[in-house]
Design a protein around this ligand. Structure first.
Ligand SMILES: Cc1ncc(C[n+]2csc(CCOP(=O)(O)OP(=O)(O)O)c2C)c(N)n1
Ligand SMILES: [Mg+2]
Length: 335
């Protein structure tokens, strides 16, 4: 029997002070507001194509970013919140969604293909599970270059049933690569509930087949996510090998903009909203750090200004020139 290793109980990250927690709260509020505006823009046909909102899952991205700000990230198509948590501005995000030249992918990627080399955000990907082997490759490169960085790879519960996922885990463990695989279990793959996708519903158990360290936890509290992702990153960074984290979360909206999510059992959404990540962190700020309602309101006010500015910036930016259609697909000069 080769049971996988347990993670260290706590990361070495210092506890967050009030300003650290406020910044986590502001980031989550900003992501939610930008997503709400994206939904509005979509219904006005300012955003075309697919659009998968992250509302309800903000604590996962923002908590993870607080632990791995200088590491590589790669993810799937529900990535607006992850890209912003990692460093993509609200302006560059909204402009990309609007298909404008000022967007993070020069308006040529769209919702599912946000990319930002500078913040080491290695992209969103539309093919379920296909980016997981890329994470293994990025970690391989980081190890060869002795960068001391890990690759954090996000994917869904549905993706954890895909073939390439298993191959990527197998190789990452064999070579002890610095990857933190994060399965964001939001209990649905499109309209299919978890128990109808997989006989094993503890997705962290996928690690056992390749001898990988694993952990499963609830991710509604951004501070908990920061601590556990921090512990996993320290483990991977120190050369002990990759880790599979299953983070329990929930999406408040449908799979994409065309999904009214009628397949949920009655009352489920209301029940899950009781663990809304924003409410949890707000309560911590007001109860434990005595932050006043006025200060909370000031955060929301400044977010409103930033989100509206992003909308205006996106709307007033130019569309890409068709002459550039085939540019940016391959790196110039093989660089
Ligand atoms: C290989 C492949 N198969 C099917 C699809 C269609 N598809 C898009 S999203 C999705 C569900 C994935 O669910 P999950 O991995 O749980 O991510 P979530 O949407 O919940 O974030 C499916 C089946 C696809 N894009 N790629
Ligand atoms: Mg899912």
């Amino acid at each position: 029997m080769n049971e996988s290793q347990a993670l260290p109980l706590q990361s070495n990250l210092p506890n967050l002070d009030v300003s650290g927690l406020k910044s986590i709260y502001r980031q989550m509020v900003l992501i939610r507001r930008v997503e709400e505006l994206a939904a509005k823009a979509y219904t006005q046909r300012k955003i075309l194509g697919f659009c998968h909102l992250y509302i309800g899952q903000e604590s996962v991205a923002v908590g993870a970013a607080a632990a791995t700000s200088d590491d590589y990230w790669i993810t799937a198509y529900r990535e607006h919140g992850q890209a912003m948590a990692k460093g993509v501005s609200a302006r560059a995000m909204m402009a990309e969604l609007f298909g404008k030249r000022t967007g993070s992918s020069k308006g040529q990627g769209g919702s599912m293909h946000i990319y930002d080399k500078e913040s080491k955000f290695m992209g969103g990907y539309g093919i379920v599970g296909a980016h997981v082997p890329l994470a293994t490759g990025i970690a391989w490169a980081a190890k060869q270059r002795k960068e001391g960085r890990v690759c954090v790879c996000f994917f869904g519960d549905g993706a954890a049933n895909q073939g390439a996922f298993f191959e990527a885990l197998c190789l990452a463990q064999l070579y002890k690569l610095p990857v933190v695989f994060i399965c964001e279990n939001n209990f649905y793959a499109m309209g299919t509930p978890l128990h109808r996708q997989s006989a094993v519903t503890d997705m962290s158990l996928r690690a056992l087949g390749v001898g990988m360290a694993r952990e499963q936890f609830e991710g509604f509290d951004a501070e908990v996510v920061r601590d556990r992702v921090g512990a996993a990153a320290e483990f991977a960074r120190s050369g002990q090998g990759p880790v599979l984290l299953e983070i329990i979360t929930y999406r408040h909206r449908g799979h994409s903009m065309s999904d009214p999510a009628k397949y949920r059992p009655d009352g489920e959404l209301d029940e899950k909203k009781k663990s809304d990540p924003l409410a949890i962190t707000k309560e911590r700020l007001t109860q434990d750090f005595n932050v006043s309602e006025e200060e909370i309101q000031a955060i929301h006010d400044s977010v409103e200004v930033e989100a509206q500015d992003a909308w205006d910036f996106a709307e007033s930016s130019e569309i890409p020139d068709p002459a550039n259609l085939y540019d940016f697909t391959y790196a110039p000069d093989g660089s």
